[in-house]
Design a protein around this ligand. Structure first.
Ligand SMILES: CC(=O)CC(=O)SCCNC(=O)CCNC(=O)[C@H](O)C(C)(C)COP(=O)(O)OP(=O)(O)OC[C@H]1O[C@@H](n2cnc3c(N)ncnc32)[C@H](O)[C@@H]1OP(=O)(O)O
Ligand SMILES: NC(=O)C1=CN([C@@H]2O[C@H](COP(=O)(O)OP(=O)(O)OC[C@H]3O[C@@H](n4cnc5c(N)ncnc54)[C@H](OP(=O)(O)O)[C@@H]3O)[C@@H](O)[C@H]2O)C=CC1
Length: 291
């Protein structure tokens, strides 16, 4: 099947990154969110990130303006229904995603493929609540989307081969690489990455190291591009906690117990970069550790 028009639900850091790479690859994009403010900030972020690519001579300014012209934004989910492929990238809460699908389904064309960028939630369970489990799958980008090469593709129990092949072809047109993951809690990347981040928070909680020494150790001692606490702030502490809860509930093993300190930060609304405060405070010129 030919995919040309792509609907993206949720215009946060992932939604805007997905819109960016899709438009640059020549797809028409319809970007949806619940607030005009979120849509406006997404367009500003896409412009800024494309400009960065132009200044580094990765893309031409013509390619940038063509890509910007391919993106339309809307507050109405019905507009998203008129696309060939929908990628849901709203907040990592199952109830939020299910409510979106309930509202979207009556507007979808019969051929539309429905996918979720979820970091952890069961694709089979999300699909079972829709009218098209065979045309539903996980389409999991990594952050920052314009930079990271990988996309995890996750089949639910009912996903058919045509759907998988169509999504795989989109990943190839983006110039990215697909890895196939089975539908178990948090799939591959987050099954491995998130317990490491959670362990870094325990290391802080138990006083083994400060924010700075933990991040420095993993950057200089294990050659990670970002320390685990810096990365947690980058991903969003609410998203990290949500993923740990899915692992803990779904695999019923205490090794996935979210660190109480991670819960405390989320309860404080200190969600990392997106709220300007997390394990670091980003309100000044340079990030300052909060512990
Ligand atoms: C939670 C989940 O479900 C799954 C996940 O996504 S887990 C998170 C996965 N992501 C990671 O692990 C990211 C780890 N961090 C990194 O790889 C790097 O720190 C980073 C790529 C984010 C930034 O790298 P850096 O060297 O510190 O910064 P910087 O030099 O500014 O950026 C590197 C390149 O990316 C580009 N870049 C960074 N962010 C960008 C963006 N949003 N849009 C476009 N380009 C971007 C820069 O222009 C730069 O390009 P060049 O190499 O051509 O110069
Ligand atoms: N952060 C990361 O590193 C990664 C995240 N993901 C996944 O991508 C998804 C989005 O994450 P991320 O972009 O980081 O989150 P953000 O918090 O940055 O963005 C989520 C966006 O979804 C919006 N939203 C909430 N409810 C609805 C709704 N009913 N309809 C439309 N939009 C809605 C939010 O609006 P408001 O703010 O007003 O609530 C917000 O703008 C999650 O499933 C996450 O697990 C996947 C890979 C990496």
């Amino acid at each position: 099947m030919i995919i040309q028009k792509i609907g993206i639900i949720g215009a946060g850091q992932m939604g805007n990154g997905i819109a960016h790479v899709m438009a640059l690859a020549g797809y028409d994009v319809v970007l949806n969110d619940v607030s005009q403010e979120a849509l406006d900030s997404a367009i500003v972020a896409i412009e800024k990130n494309l400009t960065r690519q132009v200044s580094k001579e990765k893309i031409t300014s013509d390619a940038m303006s063509t890509a910007m012209a391919r993106i339309t934004s809307t507050l109405t989910l019905a507009d998203v229904g008129k696309t060939d492929l929908v990628i849901e990238a709203a907040t990592e809460r199952e109830a939020v995603k299910q409510a979106i699908f309930d509202e979207l389904l009556p507007h979808l064309q019969p051929h539309t493929i429905l996918t979720s960028n979820t970091s952890s939630i069961s694709i089979t369970r999300l699909a079972s609540r829709t009218d098209r489990p065979e045309r539903f799958m996980g389409f999991h980008f990594m952050n920052p989307v314009p930079v990271m090469q990988l996309v995890e593709l996750i089949r639910g129990i009912a996903t058919d081969q045509d759907t998988y092949a169509a999504c795989h072809a989109v990943v190839e047109r983006l110039g990215k690489t697909a890895a196939s993951a089975e539908d178990f809690p948090a799939f591959i990347v987050n099954r491995i990455l998130m317990p490491m981040i959670n362990e870094a928070v325990y290391t802080l909680y138990e006083g083994v190291g400060s924010v700075q020494s933990i991040d420095l150790s993993m950057k200089l001692g294990a050659n990670h591009p970002m320390g685990p606490l810096e990365l947690a702030d980058f991903i969003g502490l609410d998203t990290c906690l949500a993923i740990m809860n899915v692992l803990h509930d779904g695999l019923a093993d205490t090794k996935y117990r979210p660190c109480p300190l991670l819960t405390k930060y989320v309860e404080a609304g200190w969600l990392g970069r997106k709220t300007q405060r997390g394990f670091y405070d980003y309100r000044g010129e340079t990030p300052v550790p909060t512990r």
